[in-house]
Every structure is written in C-alpha cells, then in structure tokens.
Design a protein around this ligand. Structure first.
Ligand SMILES: Nc1ncnc2c1ncn2[C@@H]1O[C@H](COP(=O)(O)OP(=O)(O)OP(=O)(O)O)[C@@H](O)[C@H]1O
Length: 478
C-alpha cells in the first residue's frame, strides 16, 4: 500500500471507526485497505473478509462500471450523494446514499478512493409503508368531517373561498404559518370536490429524504437502479383524486422541474421506465413561507409557483384572530376530554384571558397541545383553572417561591416564610410537591422530567406516589 495512504488511514482510523457511517477505502489496485464496523454491519461481511482483498472478489456481482469506488480510481471522478439499492452478503436489500472521492498524493496521482455511505434502509421502509398505508386508508378517512372551527370573519370568508375553489378543479396553494390548519383546508378542498370519493394522498416534503422524492412521486420499475422494484408512486396512487404536497418549499428544485412537467402533460414515467403513464390528479400544495420569500430564497421554481397558485389561500396566524382562541380551546376540551378520561366542562375566566393574551407562535396546533397537556394535569374536577404556557415563565411577575421556580434558579431572592403553615418538614414536603408538579407539567415525559429534576426515574416515581401525584398513563409512559 502507498505509504502516504497507510499513514493517513492509521491517523484517522479511530475517528472513522466511531462514525455512524459506513466508510471503506481501496488502494490504487482496488483492494480494500480500510473497512469500518458500520460497513461490515451494512454489508453483513466481516471486515477480515474484505481487508486485503480486491473489491471485485468481495462483491462478485459488481463490475468496473457499477462500482463507484472503482470508477473514482479509474477516472478520478467524484460522486456525491448517490442513491443505491443493493443486496448484501446475506441477501438483505440495503438502501444507501454514498459519496465517493478519489484520494490523491501530493503529486496529484490517485493512490486510492474512499466511499462514505449512510444507511437509508429503515427510512425507506417507513416511507414505503407510509405511502402504502395512505393508499389503503384513503377510503376510510372521514374526509367530509374537515372540522374547521372558527368564528373569525376573515377565516369564515376563507372557508367560503375554499368551498368555491373546491367546486372547480384548479390547483391550489395554501400559505400559512406552521399549525394554522393548512392540511384541514386541503382536506376541505378535496372532500367538497367532485373527486371526494377518490384517493386523497399526502406527501410531506420536509420529511422526505432528498433521494427518495422521485421514487415516491413517480414510482419505479424493476431494474431502474440496482435492486429497484415495480412500485407505483403517489401520482399514480392518487389517480382520479388529490395529492396534497405539504411543505412544498422543501422539495428539491430538480424534482420540482419534473413535477411541473408531469403537471403540464399529466403524463410521466416511473423512474427507469420508458412507458408514459397518464394520470388525472389535482395538486394542492402548502407552504409556511410566503410565495415572495420562496422565490427570493429560491425554494420554488417560478414556473411551478405560477402553475400551482391559480387558487391561493392565506391562513392568518392565530394571534391575528384572537376571538377564535376561546372557541378552539373549548373545542379541544371536548375533543380531548374523552382521551384523558377527564370530566372538565369549563375553562376558568382567568385561564381564558391568559390564552387570549398569548402570542401562539405554533398557532392552533400549539393551542391544541397546551389544552391536552393542561387537561391531563387538571386536578380541579369540572373547571380548567390552570394552564402552563412556556413564555409565561419568562415574563411572569415573580411569585412566592413555593409555587414557582426552584431556589437554585432564584439567586438572591428570599423564600416567603409562613410559620403558621406547618412544621418545617410539612412545609418542605409541600414545597417539594409543588416543585415536582412544576416539572411534571412542563415535561410530561417521565424520563425527561426526572432528568430535569436531577433525580433517577424510579425516585421520581416513588415521590409521586408519596405525594399522591397521579398522571394519565398514556402520556407519562415513554
Ligand atoms: N380552525 C381549526 N379548527 C380546528 N382544529 C384546527 C384548526 N386549525 C388547526 N387545527 C388543528 O391543529 C392541528 C394542526 O393543523 P394542520 O396540520 O392542518 O396545520 P398545518 O398548517 O398544516 O401545519 P404544518 O404547517 O405544521 O403542516 C391539527 O390537529 C388540526 O386539527
């Protein structure tokens, strides 16, 4: 092996071994000179079986053209983020994305090549299951119950506009901050359209790995790339119905170009296919960036934007429709009361006032989560008289120490002492109970609460039992 290559490997081996990525290095003759533990796991091949042997011996199925490591050696070419599906030594399919670079010495001569790969097998399986489940479930979803709760005149007008748009067949772009209800509007558009009985499928672009977009949208044919199977994509699955593209601004521009072509022609090819497929799909897209910002930051192709925003809806943030807050809060009380086994019927005026004053950066979803969390911890029979809002803690006026933050967080303040409220032990116990409640309300996950209190989980459970703190099991269990 080249002495420079050997020196570099021995210097970096410990670091490369600790990476959660598969790393393999070949020398100028294509023999493995480094093969880390993650490579061995992915390939299901012992490092000892690979080291010192030529790549083509270890993988007889590969050849000079299909191996990017050998290509990098041969042509000095670099490969970035290449998606590949292959079968490992025990016949298991492995989805990976790799980057392969030639390694050169000080004179510029190629002395080897390195490949770094990320395992996408699990992500891919989850993604395929998600697409399949959506296709199977679409008929059972209660899409007619789109459940938009509002008393705000601007929102009511928006619902009417959406109902009018639903009766047409134009593409619609929905803009609104996160959690404002964009998906609810997308469902309304589908469920009140002539496509209502047909599939309604969703692709969350922000949650889709870049390499899986094309196969998710267009599907694949057997042999499109090593190991590819015959699979329909979402466009085919949504034939006759609607495809909702959530967080469209996260879709790579190259995929947007292909989507635009498919929308213009209403035909496309599965990845690797020569046959064109004709579909009839209505696209509804959502984004949490304004069209102007998307264009400025180059998060959308202008031609795709103009194609999609024939119908355009802007959903106002919750802070701009404060009258909706009490209505939504009561709606969530009713929706989640059953789930939490709670009999709470009312919300106290003080809580309603605090809810209405809050800025709601996470909009309706945040309000829903806060209501659910407060219901779980509500100890007062029929009225919700407590709600914990994150930023209240930073802005609230100082409270008596027993009901607020731990003393360590209050450097310099004196606790209020009330000698009539019990012995020292009783007062300390009361204070400890308050502190535990504070952490448990703030961190409904038991392990997280224990970590934040600096207690072992079992000790926290013991103390909860001691102080009679009982919590809804489904939320506390992690
Ligand atoms: N007007 C509303 N009435 C009732 N529930 C609502 C309303 N708006 C939003 N919600 C609820 O809030 C949650 C978030 O809504 P949704 O997923 O539609 O928001 P989004 O804008 O699509 O969010 P994101 O940008 O994160 O994808 C959902 O549980 C939804 O049911």
């Amino acid at each position: 092996m080249d002495t420079q290559l050997a020196a570099s490997i021995s210097m970096l081996a410990e670091f490369l071994d600790s990476l959660p990525l598969a790393v393999a290095i070949v020398d100028a003759d294509g023999h493995y000179v480094y093969y880390n533990a993650e490579s061995a796991r992915l390939d299901d091949c012992l490092a000892e079986r690979a080291l010192g042997r030529s790549l083509l011996q270890v993988y007889p199925g590969m050849n000079q053209h299909s191996s990017t490591l050998l290509q990098a050696l041969d042509s000095g070419k670099r490969y970035h983020n290449q998606y590949q599906l292959y079968y490992n030594a025990s016949g298991k399919p492995v989805h990976q994305v790799h980057t392969t670079l030639p390694l050169s010495n000080a004179d510029g001569a190629v002395i080897g090549a390195i490949e770094v790969a990320r395992d996408l097998t699990e992500v891919n399986q989850l993604h395929e299951r998600f697409v399949d489940l959506q296709q199977r479930l679409h008929e059972r979803l209660p899409l007619n119950d789109y459940g938009i709760v509002t008393c705000d005149p601007a929102m009511q007008k928006l619902v009417q506009q959406a109902q009018r748009l639903a009766r047409t067949d134009v593409q619609v772009l929905i803009y609104g901050e996160t959690g404002t209800g964009k998906e609810l509007f997308a469902r309304l558009l589908h469920s009140q359209s002539a496509r209502a009985g047909k599939p309604y499928l969703v692709l969350n672009c922000a949650a889709t790995p870049e390499q899986l977009f094309e196969s998710a949208l267009f599907g694949t044919v057997k042999g499109a790339f090593t190991g590819a199977e015959d699979r329909a994509g979402l466009l085919e699955g949504a034939h006759g119905g609607t495809l909702f593209l959530d967080e469209l601004n996260s879709m790579p521009l190259a995929v947007q170009a292909k989507l635009l072509r498919a929308l213009q022609e209403m035909t496309f090819r599965r990845v690797g296919a020569s046959r064109e497929i004709r579909v009839d799909v209505r696209i509804i897209a959502a984004t949490n960036e304004s069209p102007q910002d998307m264009l400025r930051r180059q998060h959308i192709r202008p031609d795709l934007l103009y194609r999609l925003n024939v119908g355009y809806l802007t959903i106002p943030p919750l802070r701009e429709r404060r009258h909706d807050i009490p209505l939504l809060a009561h709606a969530f009380l009713a929706r989640h009361g059953k789930l939490t086994g709670n009999r709470v019927q009312r919300i106290s005026p003080a809580v309603l006032e605090r809810l209405q004053r809050h800025s709601w950066p996470g909009n309706v979803r945040m309000l829903e989560n806060i209501m659910l969390r407060s219901l779980i911890f509500c100890e007062n029979g029929e009225e919700l008289d407590f709600v914990l809002l994150e930023d209240d803690e930073q802005t609230a006026a100082p409270r008596p120490v027993a009901a607020s933050m731990p003393p360590a967080a209050q450097s310099g303040t004196q606790p209020e002492v009330d000698e009539a409220s019990g012995t020292l032990d009783e007062q300390l116990a009361g204070f400890e109970r308050q502190l535990l409640l504070h952490y448990l309300r703030r961190y409904p996950n038991l392990s997280e609460a224990a970590r934040r209190c600096g207690l072992p989980r079992a000790t926290l459970q013991y103390k909860m039992k001691k102080y009679g703190i009982r919590l809804a099991q489904q939320v506390m269990d992690d």
